[in-house]
Design a binder for this molecule. Structure first.
Ligand code: URA
Length: 236
């Protein structure tokens, strides 16, 4: 049995203070009865919780979709630079979330943060070949020969061989969509450099079944929906 305010806050939707406020305002029902106080003990697994008439799913883990802006590190802490965790509110920052994989400091787009280590492992495992799709703007055009080279498997300047990847050309080929099935350090930047052009702008659009929510502004975040958590193999 756990405190009701703690259980409500564990959903990531409210801080403990906000949860207490909801309870005080009579907006929380526990098994059909108005909740008494934040200290009330409930069974997180076996109690029907409603807030404003909506069922509240209590999950062991927290899953956050972030629209990472450029200029922020994909790390949990850094003595000098802003990290992706600094973009989250205090009650989420205290939860031990970490980014699932890294985007370069200047790369934008989809980043998942969670405290579910097993899910992170599954999404990042090199054996699982989870697709990652990016939009890139380049300082010169790529063409059909480069598409064939991407398909074949690019060999980077240091001799590293990449897996087959998809390159879609947009317009004159200075804008592209790239789908990777692995995740090497600076991979897209190094792949395009091996074809003679540099990345000017890079944004991740999707990772496995998870797509960046077009409604999220840069720096914005939201919790994954139950459907997204289930698609990623997380625990709802
Ligand atoms: N490839 C890169 O070069 N950078 C990223 O951040 C992600 C993929």
């Amino acid at each position: 049995m756990e405190r009701l305010d703690k259980v409500l806050a564990s959903t990531g939707r409210w801080s403990r203070r906000e949860a207490k406020e909801l309870i005080r305002e009579g907006r929380v029902l526990v098994d059909g009865q108005p909740a008494g106080s934040g200290e009330q003990k409930v069974d997180p697994a076996g109690t029907a919780l409603l807030v404003d008439g909506q069922a509240v799913a209590v999950s062991r883990f927290t899953y956050v979709m972030l629209h990472k802006p450029a200029g922020v590190l994909s790390a949990t802490e850094d003595p000098r630079q802003e990290t992706v965790l600094d973009l989250l509110p205090e009650h989420l920052r205290r939860r031990g979330l970490f980014p699932v994989g890294r985007l370069d400091k200047d790369t934008e787009g989809l980043l998942l943060l969670t405290d579910d280590g097993a899910l992170a492992h599954r999404l990042l495992s090199p054996k699982k070949h989870v697709d990652k799709r990016y939009y890139a703007r380049l300082d010169g055009p790529l063409g059909p020969a480069d598409q064939a080279a991407f398909r074949e498997g690019i060999v980077l300047a240091d001799g590293t061989r990449c897996m087959s990847a998809e390159l879609e050309l947009l317009g004159d080929g200075r804008e592209v969509l790239v789908t990777l099935h692995e995740g090497k350090f600076h991979q897209i930047k190094r792949m395009t450099l091996s074809r003679g052009v540099a990345v000017c702008y890079l944004k991740r659009l999707s990772m496995g079944p998870l797509h960046l929510d077009p409604g999220l502004p840069k720096g914005g975040w939201r919790l994954l929906t139950d459907e997204e958590v289930a698609k990623c193999g997380g625990k709802t």
